[in-house]
Write a protein that binds this ligand. Structure first.
Ligand code: NAD
Length: 487
């Protein structure tokens, strides 16, 4: 259990923090690229300075091994700041686009403008990066930001609060608490809300956002399948599934939730998964410094109930005081069994044997659209077929988790697993307004659009030339002339 008491922001202060952020945005300070970069660099410096405290807090809240805490939280955040600062000038620069012939002479540009005040509401499983990455995108886009970390990771919540307050900038602020404080926060007017968490609360967030017509990005979860073909490299599949599943003790939104495996390789896969668990965490994972813990007792008891389903093929050991559940594999599971009723979000991996890959695709498509989908096969046609006939927020072939670590790919769900996406430039764009700016010359004013509407103008319009990109229009005119000359 965490040694820290939960931080709670008094309700009137929730409103005043948002008001301060709004005033800072309205003053125009956050719009400059200089402020955005300076703020991101200051945040980076504070994260580095408090690295030891963050590592300790993540260990207290979730038993995170140092390597995992660095790779998935601290290092991930620092890399995001570095990539963002390096690319910001080009992301924020106006982009020129073509202007139709009828509007010449003129120029058209896309301007990326800040939206205003962005709220970021984060969950407990990656309590640092899921709070700071959306905030980094918000700052990069020139917004003020109000952050709300998860009350279920109280030690990390506390250190993050100290880090954010040490910036001493009303445009970058943080409030703490649970349902009451978040409810109060959601009464305020924002220009965008990024919520990461479960789909039940997402509906609460979206209803509150509707009150102010505030757009939302919802980063949710669900049951992400791993499909293993008889043509898979079973050694590699077992290693990468076990790694993705038992990272952070299974409390990862994109962890493989369950495995669908072709019957002929079912036993081989289960045996290799077993071997892999031992290779990663030894014969007693409780003693391993590389294995995490369940966030709290409520989640521990929820997961413990699943251990009695199907056949226990690995693990099943528990210790409520240490919030420990060993890496567990369940076989002989059907869709009707409790582990398949909701997202597992813990170190319990059901394996379901299927006749063939068509049956796997059907199985996946009968459920809600998942956040991630994993395919293991050495046969490209097979992989392409699965990707083409299914959907998910993101997908990884012959791997797990890593598709979200590439800043050049968007991270987000689809349908029940979420709406909108961020990471890298996608986050900058999601939290910017793309303003259309067309500027016209007054030196000449061609009569193409104005009355009187002559037959000649109508002919140009009917040929689609007025609205065409001038280069296309010129190409079309030359093609027509060439055709006429040939006859
Ligand atoms: P959580 O309980 O920490 O809740 C998330 C946030 O919602 C917290 O800040 C909490 O204070 C707030 N909240 C909770 N109840 C509320 C209410 N009634 N009204 C207003 N705010 C409320 O985290 P969780 O929801 O248990 O997170 C786990 C879920 O998040 C899983 O489904 C997981 O898959 C998903 N998740 C998704 C991503 C992603 O990026 N797509 C990442 C991590 C987790």
């Amino acid at each position: 259990m965490s040694v820290h008491e939960l931080e709670v922001t008094p309700l009137p202060e929730v409103e005043s923090e948002v008001a301060k952020a709004r005033a800072a945005f309205d003053a125009g300070r956050t719009r400059t690229i200089a402020w955005r970069k300076a703020t991101l660099r200051a945040l980076r410096e504070r994260v580095r300075t408090r690295e030891a405290d963050l590592l300790a807090a993540l260990r207290e809240d979730l038993g995170k091994p140092t390597f995992e805490a660095w790779a998935t939280e601290i290092g991930f955040t620092i890399a995001d700041i570095d990539q963002t600062c390096a690319a910001l000038d080009s992301w924020a620069a106006p982009q020129r686009v073509a202007t139709p012939m009828a509007f010449q002479p003129g120029a058209s540009h896309l301007h990326y403008e800040p939206l205003g005040v962005v709220a970021v509401i984060a969950p407990w499983n990656y309590p640092m990066q899921l709070l700071l990455l959306p905030a980094i995108a918000a700052i990069a886009a020139g917004n003020a930001v109000v952050m709300k970390p998860s009350e279920l990771a109280p030690s990390t919540d506390r250190v993050l609060g100290e880090i954010v307050r040490s910036l001493n900038d009303p445009a970058v602020t943080i409030v703490h608490g649970g349902v009451a404080e978040t409810t109060e926060l959601l009464k305020q007017r924002f220009d965008h809300i990024v919520y990461t968490g479960n789909s039940r609360v997402a509906r609460v967030v979206m209803r509150a956002a509707a009150e102010h017509l505030t757009p939302v990005t919802l980063e949710l979860g669900g049951k992400s399948p791993a499909i293993v073909s008889r043509n898979a490299n079973i050694d590699i599949a077992a290693k990468r599934i076990a790694w993705g599943k038992f990272l952070n003790a299974g409390q990862t939104c994109i962890a493989p939730d369950y495995v669908l495996v072709e019957s002929s390789v079912h036993d081989a896969l289960v045996a290799k998964l077993n071997e892999q668990i031992t290779a990663f965490y030894g014969t007693d994972p409780k003693q391993s410094t590389d294995y995490g813990r369940i966030v709290n007792e409520a989640h521990f008891h929820r997961l413990e109930k699943l251990l009695h389903c199907g056949t226990l093929a690995a693990g099943g050991d528990t210790d409520v005081d240490g919030r420990y559940i060993s890496p567990t594999i369940l076989t002989n599971i059907t869709r009707d069994d409790p582990p398949m009723h909701e997202e597992i979000f813990g170190p319990v991996l059901p394996i379901i044997a299927i006749d063939d890959l068509d049956a796997a695709i059907e199985f996946v498509n009968e459920d809600e659209k998942p956040l991630a989908l994993y395919v293991f096969s050495e046969d490209d046609a097979e992989t392409e077929n699965i990707i083409a006939r299914s959907t998910s927020g993101g997908a990884c072939i012959n791997g797990t988790i890593l598709h979200v670590s590439n800043p050049n790919l968007p991270f987000g769900g689809v349908g029940e697993s979420g709406m909108g996406a961020y990471h890298g430039k996608f986050g900058f764009e999601a939290l910017s307004h793309r303003r259309a700016v067309h500027s016209r010359s007054t030196k000449i004013d061609p009569p193409l659009l104005y009355p009187p509407y002559t037959k000649g103008k109508e002919k140009l319009m009917r040929k689609g030339l007025l609205m065409a990109d001038p280069r296309d229009a010129a190409r079309n005119i030359f093609a027509a002339l060439r055709a006429r000359l040939r006859h």
